[in-house]
Design a protein around this ligand. Structure first.
Ligand SMILES: *Cc1c(COP(=O)(O)O)cnc(C)c1O
Length: 400
């Protein structure tokens, strides 16, 4: 074995923190230490015959950056290593990852079961676009396993969930839903955006596919849009074929930013989780708080499951202030340090009113079913000092 082969074999067996820093980087002849950015749209060949061999797939290698790009490939190999997967395919955004996986793996007449507690735009993809092409969706309560089971049918090919959920931190038993999927002829796809592989590895719990919005914690500093689908080669080769032909490719610059983000993923996720737990406990003790939703709190209904399934509780929490919609708005408007934005997974703490932003498209009835009340506020806890975050939230409480 060459030195390089030995190095890569050692990385295959390495711990998550090590893989997050080193996996996927096959050094070039230049001997670079840091991962290079290959800003090239296409690649040259030694001869007409070599070009033909590459195009036919007879010979492996780069042809065009819509198909493969060396920097994007480092990101794909690294995230596959972190999720414990055979293969990953990077995409231009998290939504492109979800749509890409569905376009590659579903066809007209297929049936999908989806948790109601998923990212708002995910529901739009299923209801508005996949429905146009004859894919039928049944919506279920994420933690009601009888509903998942009852929705299974001959045509069911995909089950989709997100855990923990946004913004109420509901935790779904991945193994249990995977068993339901596999009792029929269906795959389980998990949106692992909130935990990342640093805190939760859905494939090891029986899921078949994982998708990410790399835009969030994988970047970690709010710079770039991107996504990725992770799983077995059998399905991922289909996803790759879709991305090659239809074009929602990740740019090499963005892939490089995500590689830099991944290097600190474990440190950040542990710090986000510790800060969120501290803040959740502090919020519980404030007289202006009505209720706090965070799976790290012992009275959370799925606390035991979260402890078993995740190695940390993540950085997102939500809470109801005493009062109504105006009280929640007054609270948010009184903050000065926190960013009023729907984004999350950033070193900067963000604050948002779900009922009128992220979940604003839901009807009043659907909001009630989802538990999105008018006095609910979501915080994605960043990495500033908790002293300053709490001081800013005090400004909010003072405005109630
Ligand atoms: C943001 C987000 C998405 C969509 O990702 P984009 O990169 O914005 O396209 C999907 N799922 C979850 C849970 C998200 O938070």
């Amino acid at each position: 074995m060459s030195f390089e082969q030995e190095r890569l074999a050692i990385l295959q067996e390495a711990e998550l923190e090590t893989q997050a820093i080193r996996a996927g980087h096959h050094r070039t002849a230049e001997g670079e230490h840091s991962e290079p950015i290959f800003t090239t749209s296409s690649y040259v060949f030694d001869s007409a015959a070599a070009a033909a061999a590459r195009f036919s797939g007879e010979e492996a290698g780069n042809v065009y950056s819509r198909y493969t790009n060396p920097t994007v490939k480092i990101f794909e190999e690294r995230i596959a290593a972190l999720e414990g997967a055979e293969q990953a395919v990077a995409t231009s955004s998290g939504m492109a990852a979800i749509l890409g996986a569905c376009m590659a793996l579903l066809q007209s007449g297929d049936h999908v079961i989806c948790s109601r507690s998923v990212f708002g735009t995910t529901t739009v993809v299923f209801n508005r676009y996949l429905a146009k092409f004859g894919v039928e969706v049944t919506w279920v309560k994420a933690t009601d396993y009888d509903q998942w089971q009852a929705a299974m049918g001959d045509k069911t090919r995909l089950l989709f969930l997100e855990t923990p959920s946004n913004p109420l931190s509901e935790v779904v038993d991945i193994q249990r839903v995977a068993d339901i999927a596999h009792s029929g002829d269906a795959l389980l796809m998990v949106d692992n955006c909130f935990c990342t592989p640093a805190l939760q590895r859905p494939l090891s719990l029986g899921a078949d596919l994982v998708i990410h919005s790399a835009t969030k914690y994988l970047d970690g500093q709010g710079r770039c849009l991107g996504g990725v689908v992770v799983g077995r080669s059998e399905e991922l080769n289909e996803v790759l074929a879709y991305v090659r032909s239809c074009g929602p490719t990740m740019s090499p610059f963005n892939a490089w930013v995500f590689l830099k983000g991944l290097e600190t993923l474990k440190l950040r996720m542990d710090a986000h989780s510790a800060a969120a737990l501290d803040l959740a406990q502090w919020l519980v003790a404030q007289p202006g708080t009505e209720k706090v939703f965070y799976s790290g709190l012992e009275d959370h209904p799925q606390h035991a499951l979260a402890k078993k399934q995740q190695s940390g509780f993540g950085g997102v929490l939500s809470f109801c202030v005493k009062g109504d919609k105006q009280s929640a708005w007054d609270f948010i408007d009184a903050t000065r340090l926190l960013s009023i934005t729907a984004n999350l997974g950033d070193v900067k703490t963000t604050i948002v009113h779900p009922a009128t932003t992220t979940h604003g498209r839901l009807s009043d009835e659907d909001k009630a079913i989802a538990g999105i009340s008018d006095n609910l506020i979501r915080i994605a806890v960043g990495l500033e000092s908790l002293i300053d975050i709490k001081k800013d939230l005090q400004r909010g409480f003072a405005a109630l």
